[in-house]
Each structure stands twice: as C-alpha cells, then as structure tokens.
Design a protein around this ligand. Sequence first.
Ligand SMILES: Nc1ncnc2c1ncn2[C@@H]1O[C@H](COP(=O)(O)OP(=O)(O)OP(=O)(O)O)[C@@H](O)[C@H]1O
Length: 611
Amino acid sequence: MTDQTVPVQADSSNTQNKPEIAPVTPPRKLQPLRRLVPFILKYPVRLSLTVLFLLISAVSSLSIPAVLGGAIDEGFIEQNLENVGRYGWLIVGIAAIMALASGARFYFISVIGERVLADLRQAVFVHLLRLDARYFDTNRVGELTSRLNGDVAVIRNAVGSSFSLALRSVVTIIGALIMMFLTSPVLTLAVVIAAPALLLPLIAYSRRLRGMSRRTQDALADLSAMATEMLGATRTVKSFTQENTQAAIYDARSEDSYRAEVRRLGARSVLVGMVIFLGTSAVVFLVWWGARAVFAGTVTAGQLTQFLVYALMASGALTNVSEVLGILQTVAGATERLTEILDTEANIKDPVNPVPLPVPALGTVAFENVDFGYQTSGFERVLTDLSFTVDLGETVALVGPSGSGKSTTLALLQRFYDVGAGVIRVDGIDIRDVRLEELRQRFAYVEQEPTIFAGTIADNIRFGKPEASQAEVEAAAKAALVHDFVVELPLGYDAIVGERGVMLSGGQKQRLAIARAILKNAPILLLDEATSALDAQSEQLVQIALEHLMRGRTTLVIAHRLATIRDADKILVLDGGRIIDQGTHDQLVAKGGRYAELAKLQFRLDNIPAV
Ligand SMILES: Nc1ncnc2c1ncn2[C@@H]1O[C@H](COP(=O)(O)OP(=O)(O)OP(=O)(O)O)[C@@H](O)[C@H]1O
C-alpha cells in the first residue's frame, strides 16, 4: 500500500463535517485512581503488612507528644530530672519502633507500587498487541509508546512515595485530631471550625490542577510521537533536507509543552504557598488562644505543648496531603490515559463458538461477493463484489494499478479487518467463525517491505515459530538462500541485524523474510512482492528462494515479477476494487484488454508474443 489517499472534505462550511472540538469537561477528581485498586488488591499480604506497619508507625509517632507533655508537666515544671530522663528514654524507645515501622512501611508500599506498575505496563502492552488494525489506523504509534513509557513513569515516580506519604498523612491527621480532642476539646473545636476555611480553597484549587496535568501529558505524548516518527525516518528527513524544518516544529511543540508544564507548576506553587501561609497563621492563632487558657488555668503548660505538637503534626500532614493531592492529580491523569487503552475493545475478536479448520489443511481460499471500505475513510468502497477462489497448490496473482485494493485483499484474508458484505472462506469455513490464532497459523505472509526486528538473524527467522531448533532455522535459511551470507558473518546466526535490519541489503532482508515464512510452514502463502528493483543477481536469488517457498503451497500473490505472473495459474486483474478480468498471462495478453496495457506499462512486455 503506497498511496493512501485521505478523502478531502468537499465543503468545509458544512458544520457536520467539521472536526469535533473536544468538549470542555469539568476536571474530574481522583476517580481514575480507582482503576489501580484491583491491581493493588492482587497483593493482599504486602498490603496487610503495609497497613500494619503504617498503624505501628502512626501510633508510635502520635504517642511521642503525649510523652513530651508528661515530661514537661512532671519533669520540667516540677523540676524533676529523673522524670525527664525516664520520659527521655521512653521517647527514644518509641522513636526506635517508629523508625523501624516507617522503614518497613516505606519498603512494602514501594514494592507494591513497583509491582502494580509492572502489571499495568504488561497489561497495556498485551492489550495493545491484541487491538486490531483499525485502532492503529487512528492512533499514532509514538503516542502509544509514550503512554506506555511516559505515563507509566509518571505513575511510578508518584505511586510508591506519594501513596506512602498520603496514607501516613491521613492516618496522622485522624490520630492527631483524636489526641487533640483528648487533650483539649475546646481548643480542638476551635480548630475544627476553622479548618474548612483552610481546606475549601485548597480543594477548589487542586481541582484545577488535574485538568492542567492531563494537558501537559497530552502535549508530551504528542512530542514523543513526533520524535519516534522522525527518528524512525532519519534518512528520509536528511534526503529531503528537512532537519531544520522538523527541528523547528519540534522546538515549537516542545516550547508548548514547556509552557503548559510551567503553568501547571505555577498553579501548584500557589497551592503550596496557600497551604503554608494558612497553616502557619492557624498555628499562631492557636498559640495565642492556648496561652490564654494556660493563664486562666484551664490547661497545663504540658497539655498546651502536647496540643500544639499535635496541631503541628496535623498541619504538617495536611501540607503533605495537599502536595500529594497535586501529585495524585497527575497520576490520575496518567492512569486515565492508560486505562483508556485497557478499555478499548478490539473490533476483531475470536468468535463465541469457534469452528475448527480442517486438519490436514485443504489450503483453499474463497472470496464470495466481498465488499469493503475502511472506517477511517468513511467506509468509502475499496473493494466491490469481489469473488474468486484459490485451490490447493494453485498460484493466483493479483495485479492492478496502485490503490486498486490488492493489499486490502490480503489484509481481509488475514482478518485484520472484517468485510462489509460477503464472505471469505479458508478451507470452506467463514473466517469469522475461526479462532484468530488458528486462522493466522494457516498463512505465511511475506510483506513487500519485510519487517526485520532488531535482534539476531536467528531470532528473525524464528519469529513465527520461537521454539524452532537451530537445525530447523538453518534448513529454512538454506532454502531461502540466506545461509551462505550468514555463515560469512563473524557471529553467524547470532549476528545482530540492527533496527529494521539496517545492516542487511534489500535482497537479504527479503530472503530473511522468506526464510521466516518457510520455517512457519503454513499451507497458504501470502506474498506481496517487492516493487523496488534489485540487481539481477539479487533478484535471481530472491526468485529461487520464492520458488522454494511456493512449492506445494497455495499462493496468493500481489505480483510484480514477470516470472511469478507468467507461472501463475490464474491472474486476477483489479481496478477500482473490482475484478475486471481474469485468466492466465497468455490468455490475458491475447485478449489485449486492460491487462495487456498494464503488462506493457509495468513489465514492458510489448515484445512478448501472444499465444
Ligand atoms: N488503513 C487504511 N485506511 C484507509 N484507507 C486505506 C487504508 N489502506 C488502504 N486504504 C485505501 O484503500 C485503497 C486500496 O488500497 P490498497 O493498499 O489495498 O491498494 P493496492 O492495490 O495494494 O495499492 P499499492 O499497489 O499501491 O500498494 C486505496 O485507495 C487506499 O488509499
């Protein structure tokens, strides 16, 4: 598929056709985080240990001010050094327990965080691999990898430490409030009444932050998508001397992302500032109020100190909560984006009641009145009333001008998309009734530009059959005429071929792909012949490799090579998504119709005598 035309909107004033403007949704709160709960609940033991150590550290830290109060009243005020020493040792003992419990709590919650992240990352990747072609037609790969890396990293940085801090802070606030109440109900009441005045502006403000963080992460994903695309095409960029233009576009987007992040940071700083100011003012007020109570004799100096320390602990914890809320907003944004992927259902799924394909395979293919259009192009017809059969061992060639629907036919046969109307059968069975894996096991697909992965030569040949032995790999490599050049490499089959096979020549890549198909040993071969010209010797090697591959197999081939076309049992001539003619090469040339013209144009066959 080389010409991918995007339909142009004829009437841009037609409001129905205008791209939808993203609705301004009120920023939701932390709901997306709920989606992490099932991931966390999968580890009940670690979770229970975390809660246990959390409680131990909270209780011990909350008991310190009470002991301090006692030390002041019974030690300092009474000028009893022994009591001061006793209370001192008690505090040291409690601090030791608190330190151990806090360390253990931090450890367990961080481990849960890492575990959850690994699970989430794996779930998203597996889910992405299962989504169908239509999803990838509309979502950029770079953006998806950014979600997988960036969003997961955002969650990782926050989850362990922030969740730990949030939990500890919430428990501290509750515990401190209880202790404050036990120490002085009147003072506590004053604090509780004043608290909403402190909290409301904070809550309102932190809501704004969440919308902002989603926007900065979207901007980052956009940036990363562009980088992936451009770095994957450096040769094209260089050859069209587009380095400066693309760098300028990247700069502009990067600046956008920077500005979005600065705005978010500004908002967060205001939030932190508000918390500090309001919290300190509240403490000053408390000291003033408490001093009056001590002078009036309603509380002791020790109780006031105790109360103030609790109030400080609570306000410190509140500061932490506000910080963590900011971070959790970001995490919620990232979680939302990841769960969006997990919530996307594949359109192409296994049937509920699958029908098994016959064993041994019959190796037949039938298209019956197939209509098809891509959703991304508004279902505009790409194939119309397509009907043909391929019998066991036959070679059927698809020829036709660019955009006539040849690649689409192969895509439909592998059920990358579902037909709009009609039926496609493999071995007599409607492919929608067959399990996807079972169906695709029946095909060996050699793409026009074969995908070579960054691993070793052996890994690449084994791609469709990872359990294949070295001997099987070598046998396939020999049949595909790969073996000879591989043994000359210093590392042989363990040689790394580089990303997209950059260390291999065009012909070697094609033969490697053929070796991969030979090893898969599927009954039906789908071949999209390369159009790019190879030199005569390379061409001949690929041709021999292909002959080995086609031997004894049913073959459906998008044909560009003269040899393939002349030997095909049947040639289907496609134009505008319809079969306009069919027959053998000689029959079609003799007819002198569209095929003969195509043949003249594409293969310069005008000197080939008609039969
Ligand atoms: N993923 C897609 N989304 C939308 N339209 C598509 C998609 N793939 C192909 N098309 C459109 O479908 C039509 C048929 O394309 P197809 O790739 O099947 O043609 P082809 O005969 O294989 O062409 P070529 O020889 O250039 O590869 C073209 O108009 C193309 O623009």
